[in-house]
Every structure is written in C-alpha cells, then in structure tokens.
Design a protein around this ligand. Structure first.
Ligand code: PGA
Length: 241
C-alpha cells in the first residue's frame, strides 16, 4: 500500500489524476472503475483539462461505475449516470457505449445486479478502481455489516448515508432508499485500487480502514488484503495516522 499526502483538495485531485493518467497512458485500453461523490470531482476536472490539452486519449477506455440509485433514470439529475456524464464523460473522447453504470431503472434487483456482474466480466475485469470512502468506512454503497463475498447487489442505504447524501436533493425524503452497488468481491478483483479522501470527516474511517481489524463493520478495512492499493488523501484525512 502506498499513501500520498496532498496539501489540500486541489493537490489531492491533481495527484490522483496523475495516477489515473499513468494508467490510461500505459494501457490505453484500460477498464477504469469510477466513483461518484464530491471527492472525485476535482480529479475528473483535472483529467478533462489534460484531455483538452491533448495529453490524454480516452477513445479505447472502458468505464464501469461502482453504483447507482435504484429507481432513478439516467436523465434524473441525481442519478449517478447523470453525474458521470456531467462531471467527466461528456467532456472527453470516450465511446459512451463503453461506459457502464448499474441499471437503476430495472426494478428486478436480482436481474439488474447479475447483468452488471456479467458486464464487468465481459469487459475483462477492472484495471484500476477509483474509490471514495464514507465517514462510516463504506466503499461504493457497501455499508458496515456487508458480506465481503458479495458481488453486485441491492442495498438498503443506512440513515447516515441518506443524511450525508441529502445535501444533493431537495429534501431528505427525496433521497432513494436503495441502490445497486458493486460488491466487495468486485472491488477486490480490480487489479489496482486508487482511494481518495479529503477532510477531517474521513480521518477515523481512514485510520480504522488502514490500522484497525479487517471487519465488515468497516468495509474499507478489506483493502488491507489487496496487493495494489494507492491512497491519496489530504492532511486532515490522514491526521490520525
Ligand atoms: P464523498 O463520498 O466523496 O461525497 O465524500 C464518498 C463516499 O461516500 O464514498
């Protein structure tokens, strides 16, 4: 495991974008596992900037996102498909048909999740998976208590995650209560993992994930067993290390 300390959000975003860029340059056909949330936005902006300068080519890249709210359509501005389009995919030369997000509109959870697992194996697995981390140690929507052996599955969001995400919705009642998420098994199968975290609200989750026992109560703690994890975080997120 390698840990890079960034000065602030901008520095973390640039360092993380450098690592993702290296992956893209070394393997232009990479399958990138992407993430939503506020943390990766700066990194995506940096990638767009470098693409516009002519330094990056996404034409042969495939992306698979970690998760999607159940019940939100791709054109709903709170869906993760919409987020990805707005924050990255619409601004680079990627084939849209090579970008995947779980199908939140499929009400049949089992079918939707199986289909997503099939997509991940069809594209050949994930070369580099980007992760944020929740204040409770969740990765994707794998909340505390999740079984480590799960692949894509439907989850009931915890109160703390619903509260954390309410800032993006008109009211807390509008936050969907369920989501489809890659499981820990999908994430752990990625060849490389890049986790980014900023702010003191992530400090305990980072500490527990890196130094605490490996337990489903802190889903990110499983990353201690992954052979190729890079963490980029600011001083606030690393303050307990
Ligand atoms: P954030 O979310 O980037 O908005 O803090 C991270 C997460 O919950 O995984």
């Amino acid at each position: 495991m390698v840990i890079y300390k960034g000065k602030d959000y901008k520095d973390v975003s640039r360092k993380a974008a450098n690592i993702m860029s290296a992956q893209i340059i070394m393997n232009p056909r990479s399958v990138l596992g992407l993430a939503t949330g506020s943390t990766p936005v700066g990194m995506y902006q940096q990638l767009i900037e470098w693409y516009k300068k002519g330094d990056l080519d996404f034409s042969k890249i495939t992306t698979v996102n970690l998760d999607e709210y159940k019940g939100l359509s791709p054109d709903n501005d709170q869906s993760y498909r919409y987020f990805m389009d707005q924050n990255l995919l619409n601004h680079i030369n990627i084939e849209k048909s090579h970008t995947y997000v779980p199908n939140g509109m499929d009400e049949d959870s089992e079918r939707a999740c199986k289909e997503y697992d099939k997509i991940i194996s069809m594209v050949g697995g994930i070369d580099m998976q980007l992760l944020g981390i929740g204040g409770n140690g969740h990765i994707g929507f794998n909340e505390p208590g999740v079984a480590f052996e799960k692949e894509t599955h439907c989850v009931n969001l915890t109160e703390s995650t619903i509260k954390a995400n309410a800032r993006f919705f008109k009211s807390i009642d509008d936050v969907p209560k369920q989501a489809y998420t890659m499981g820990i098994k999908n994430i752990m199968s990625a060849k490389k993992i890049l986790l980014i975290a900023t702010g003191s609200s992530k400090a305990k989750a980072i500490y527990d994930s890196l130094y605490g026992p490996i337990t489903p109560n802190v889903p990110a703690s499983i990353l201690q067993l992954h052979p190729d994890v890079t963490i980029v975080a600011d001083e606030d997120a690393l303050q307990l290390l």
